[in-house]
Design a binder for this molecule. Structure first.
Ligand code: NAP
Length: 213
């Protein structure tokens, strides 16, 4: 039963992009940041519901498989759920369509909670204001002995890292420079203490860095 994080970041450490427009709410940089991950067979199957077997295999796909394995509950921030973009829309149900790829209870940290949303496929979004420790206790109970993933974004991940609550941090460092956004690593001096740090370079050029207790 571990508390896990997986994030894609740029070489200069940014986990968010800044070139979104109303016409393109993700922006071209988001594709550059996540290309190697979204190209994997696992992402295509789990998120796009593509059962053709298309997609890359190998190192990036191994990490994508590990991302989805053994997670019994997820915690994410208001930003990742989309409340910072669509907070005025009471009908906003997240970015992921009617059947989100989580299939578990998802606890969305927000200072403007709203009623829970039950989606197809076993995902229920619960909205709450809570400390990282309180949110984690709820998620651990919901996960019933399996892992809890802190899904993102970087603001929430840094809260959990600062509180010392993360057992395994996997960062896919993508060889691009974004120049601006929210950095994962700010104010985390000495984070590596107490972790074993390993890295694996994929043929895509992505370095998979893992901090594990
Ligand atoms: N690179 C990746 O792998 C990756 C993964 C996931 C997401 N993302 C990106 O990350 C971006 C969002 O990240 P972000 O850092 O801006 O935001 P975030 O971490 O998703 O959410 C932060 C917000 O959550 C709320 N919050 C945080 N802690 C709270 C607490 N203890 N109690 C109550 N509310 C709390 C606050 O919002 P309010 O005060 O407004 O409620 C806070 O501003 C998205 O653009 C997404 O694309 C990237």
């Amino acid at each position: 039963m571990a508390v896990r994080v997986d994030l894609n970041i740029s070489l200069d450490g940014f986990a968010t992009t800044t070139d979104q427009t109303p016409e393109n709410p993700f922006g071209p940089d988001w594709a550059r940041l996540t290309d190697a991950y979204t190209a994997t067979r696992t992402f295509r199957a789990r998120v796009l519901h593509d059962t053709s077997g298309e997609g890359t295999t190998g190192v990036d796909d191994d990490y994508a498989q590990a991302y989805f394995a053994e997670v019994g509950a997820e915690i994410m921030g208001a930003g990742m759920f989309g409340l910072h973009n669509f907070g005025d829309d009471p009908d906003w149900r997240g970015w992921w369509g009617d059947e989100p790829p989580f299939h578990v209870p998802v606890f969305v940290l927000t200072h403007t909670p709203r009623p829970s949303l039950e989606m197809d496929g076993g995902t229920t979004f619960h909205f709450l204001a809570a400390s990282p420790r309180e949110a984690l206790d709820l998620a651990l109970r919901a996960a019933g002995g399996t892992d809890v993933r802190i899904g993102g974004g970087p603001t929430v991940v840094r809260e959990f890292l600062k509180a010392g609550l993360v057992d395994r941090l996997h960062v896919a460092i993508v060889p691009i420079l974004l120049g601006s956004g929210i950095r994962l690593w700010d104010d985390l001096r000495g984070l590596e203490d107490g972790y074993t740090v390993t890295s694996v370079v994929a043929p895509s050029g992505v370095t998979h860095l893992t901090f594990a207790r």
